[in-house]
Design a binder for this molecule. Structure first.
Ligand code: COA
Length: 234
């Protein structure tokens, strides 16, 4: 248990350049306090002491401003920086090495029981104020921009920003590099329209090239005919 706590203190130094020493982390980091209390609440919840689990989670919220449902599953080396306003729902699952900033919600979009909160892969980073909603999968090492609202799955390694969030990392388009991170994300109407314009301009270029080639050929043929007509008769 102490080795796990040590590990959780070590990640604060890794991910927060403002952290100065262990005493400061133990006494002044609400994310660290919330996580320790969640570990206790989660054990109680799993052992069937549901009310006690909820009560420990409620006390943690009161002390830190971070609300983590005791049913949520959280992996190792999890770090919540600043923390105030973070909400993590009951059926959320968080992989190892994830980082959340203040104001992040891992929430549901329905009142149905069962899995209704997101699953984060390993090494996911979620920016301040972002909302990740529904039982969607955020792939390993994906990044979510501050204040994004994510309602659809994000592939591993991708970066998603905006409302609703769209994937913005540079991708190949029609075999060519797509500038301005315009990928083939069919979910985003703006990206869809730009992709259509790119395809249309490619088609138009091809047709113009074909027309120019035909005109050149006709010109050559006309030149030959004119040459034959103008040549002196024997
Ligand atoms: C807005 C909301 C009510 C829409 O739910 P819905 O009617 O089931 O809508 P859908 O999930 O079918 O999405 C419809 C469209 O709206 C978009 N969308 C959904 N939620 C959105 C949101 N919060 N902001 C912006 N766009 C949103 C979807 O991307 C989808 O766009 P598309 O048609 O271009 O693909 C819901 O997504 C939401 O945000 N609920 C609030 C949940 C919450 O705050 N939970 C916190 C619990 S702690």
């Amino acid at each position: 248990m102490f080795s796990r706590i040590k590990e959780e203190i070590a990640v604060v130094f890794e991910r927060d350049p403002a952290a100065r020493n262990t005493w400061e982390v133990i006494t002044c980091y609400p994310g660290f306090h919330a996580l320790l209390m969640h570990r206790v609440a989660h054990c109680l919840w799993g052992a069937g002491f549901k009310w006690l689990g909820r009560y420990v989670s409620h006390c943690a919220r009161w002390l830190t401003g971070i609300e983590i449902h005791p049913g949520a599953t959280i992996g190792r080396r999890f770090f919540i920086d600043h923390g105030m306003g973070v909400v993590i729902g009951e059926t959320a699952e968080i992989g190892d090495d994830c980082t959340l900033y203040h104001g992040v919600t891992l929430g549901g979009t329905s009142w149905n029981k069962g899995k209704r909160h997101p699953t984060l892969g390993a090494g996911v980073v979620i920016g301040a104020g972002a909302k990740v909603l529904g039982p969607i999968l955020i792939g390993d090492h994906a990044k979510i921009g501050s204040n994004a609202v994510v309602v659809k799955a994000v592939p591993p390694g991708a970066t998603a920003v905006g409302i609703p969030a769209r994937v913005v990392e540079a991708q190949e388009s029609n075999g060519r590099f797509a500038a301005y991170a315009v990928g083939r994300d069919e979910n985003d109407p703006l990206t869809g329209a730009i992709n259509e314009l790119i395809s249309h301009s490619g088609e138009t270029d091809k047709r113009i090239d074909a027309l120019v080639a035909e005109i050149d050929q006709l010109r050559e043929q006309l030149g030959v005919i004119a040459g034959v007509r103008n040549s002196p008769k024997p």
